[in-house]
Write a protein that binds this ligand. Sequence first.
Ligand SMILES: Nc1ncnc2c1ncn2[C@@H]1O[C@H](COP(=O)(O)OP(=O)(O)OP(=O)(O)O)[C@@H](O)[C@H]1O
Length: 337
Amino acid sequence: MTTATPTTPTRAREGTRIEVRDLTKRFGTFTAVDNLSFTVEPGRITGFLGPNGAGKTTTLRMLLGLVKPSSGTATIGDLAYHDIPQPMAVVGSALEATNFHPGRTGRDHLRILADTAGVGIQKVDEMLELVGIPAAARKRAGGYSMGMRQRLGLAAAMLADPQVLILDEPANGLDPEGIRWLRGFLRHLSAQGKTVLISSHMLQEVEQTVDDVVIINNGKLVKQGAMSDLHGEAHVIVRTTDLDALAGALRVADVTTELQDGALLAQTHDLRLIGDVALRAGLPIYELRQTTTDLEALFFELTEGTNRNLGDGASAGFGQGAAPARDAITGQEGAHA
Ligand SMILES: Nc1ncnc2c1ncn2[C@@H]1O[C@H](COP(=O)(O)OP(=O)(O)OP(=O)(O)O)[C@@H](O)[C@H]1O
């Protein structure tokens, strides 16, 4: 049996993994990213989450070779971005939706990029079609809505059909229909085995889109895992006339319950089982539903109270974080890197 396995076919089969190991970025005395480690798997959509100023963009910029880490590594398919031979063919990224020259049409933007990436010009129209802005692409990007800029950014990222997609706040500025479209678009890509990493400062915004989450706060990892784990165990809330009688009947069916706000909270996700038990016990059902985790509350719990970007007296809501150390002139995070 031969042991010589060429690297590229193996990667193509297994997909390309993103690995962040002990990554730290200091801006002067301020630690924006603090010893961060996580992995992003191919064939899955991973949400990179954290409140404003948590260090998401800085991490993504280090992954894309735009900011030099103070220590640690960030690799894509085992290689640092600068070591990837044809990076645009491996990684597509959209970091800032506002980054387009306002006087240039969307189509011209893509043409220039296609040229740089050595991609045929026919790909430009194909991508514009794919992201749903073929008509708008003939207009100057300066007149684009935020949603249109997001779509153009996505088209640019996809031009060279990369294996890995890294998108900074791609849902920002999209209406509900746009978010639904984005979800379908990203699902399609992950189903092809592509590695998709998207950042967001709102868990709810991406909860139906992502398979996995990496949550950070103050530059540090708070949680990594499957989205389904965040939802926790499903329980059932059931309301009837005689809670004790139903609790007894459920105990016989091996379902434990506890009283909660005048209802029973049953340790199962099986609505039908509860309904059948109640029917057999001759008890009417007034309410029967699965409980769902309040993701906003969970996200708040994971990141609350300690947000370094919120000034005194500011409530720890999301979307309110100031970014005090951001470059005042360019607004670019990597400006001093
Ligand atoms: N070039 C820089 N110089 C100094 N501080 C910086 C620089 N770039 C980022 N920071 C600071 O690092 C912290 C992390 O910023 P970053 O933009 O990575 O956060 P984020 O999680 O992407 O936030 P947001 O959701 O607001 O985009 C912030 O406090 C920011 O002000």
